[in-house]
Design a protein around this ligand. Structure first.
Ligand code: HEC
Length: 229
């Protein structure tokens, strides 16, 4: 008899809980759904941006000059890392892998792809223009990182350090096509007066003082025959 009473009490309690305790407030509640329109905020967007100045927890702060090519909202004019000969050589190597086929060995926009039918509304850029010579280094970093017009971005394939190395090499290319005698170091200036003679001397030194070989093949720009057949 007692047992039955206890059982009845438990049944009443469960029934009362089901009716009173389990109401759908947690289900139907004022909340924002991701990407949904909402009138609470003035821009009617339920998804909010982080508060201005928010710093991600556990991640190193972004070095804007180094990682974006911008400082205080402006393109940087100075390299954010020291430029060394090793870096320039690395830049040359990466440029030849990722850029030369379009932009050309001298960066004048005449790479093999542009010669052989890369036919789009805007041509492949020539770095040897007045505008691009005067562009801050940050611009080149930004173009490699985010792409530019018809050119796709390279940030997933080229590391930040390698991007700066390529930018340094682009500056070398620009100088190579727009230098004066004054830019040549003093000890190399005689070579400018007699390049053939100097090349022969260098060649003979390489051969251990033996007779110079024909340097015409090694001269930059020497015709190489028709490779289009
Ligand atoms: C598939 C061909 C292609 C490759 C590869 C390529 N580019 Fe370009 N690049 C273009 C084209 C096309 C433009 C012009 C885009 C436009 O004006 O819409 C351009 C434009 C540029 C510009 C000029 C931006 C300006 O202000 O006018 C720079 C600088 C540049 N590229 C750098 C690079 C570098 C550095 C690489 C290698 C990491 C590279 N590009 C690889 C096709 C290429």
């Amino acid at each position: 008899m007692k047992k039955a009473r206890v059982l009845r009490f438990v049944c009443y309690a469960v029934f009362a809980f089901a009716v009173v305790g389990c109401h759908p407030d947690m289900w139907i509640q004022p909340k924002f759904k991701a990407q949904a329109k909402d009138d609470f905020f003035s821009d009617h967007s339920s998804s909010r941006l982080p508060v201005k100045g928010t710093v991600p927890f556990g991640e190193p702060p972004v070095d804007s000059a180094l990682q974006r090519g911008y400082k205080d909202g402006k393109l940087v004019r100075d390299f954010p890392i020291p430029v060394t000969m090793e870096m320039i050589k690395r830049g040359e190597d990466r440029f030849n892998v990722f850029c030369k086929h379009c932009h050309g060995a001298a960066g004048d926009g005449t790479g093999m792809i542009s010669q052989r039918g890369f036919d789009i509304e805007r041509p492949i850029a020539n770095y040897q223009t007045e505008r691009l010579r005067k562009m801050p280094v940050g611009h080149f970093f930004d173009v490699i990182t985010n792409g530019y017009g018809a050119m796709f971005p390279y940030s997933d394939r080229i590391s930040v350090e390698d991007r700066w190395a390529i930018v340094a090499y682009i500056r070398v290319l620009q100088l190579s096509q727009n230098a004066t005698l004054k830019d040549v170091p003093k000890d190399l200036q005689p070579m400018m007066d007699d390049p053939e003679g100097q090349l022969k001397k260098i060649d003979s030194a390489r051969n251990g003082g033996g007779p110079p070989t024909d340097v015409s093949d090694a001269t930059p720009g020497a015709p190489r025959g028709d490779d289009t057949k």
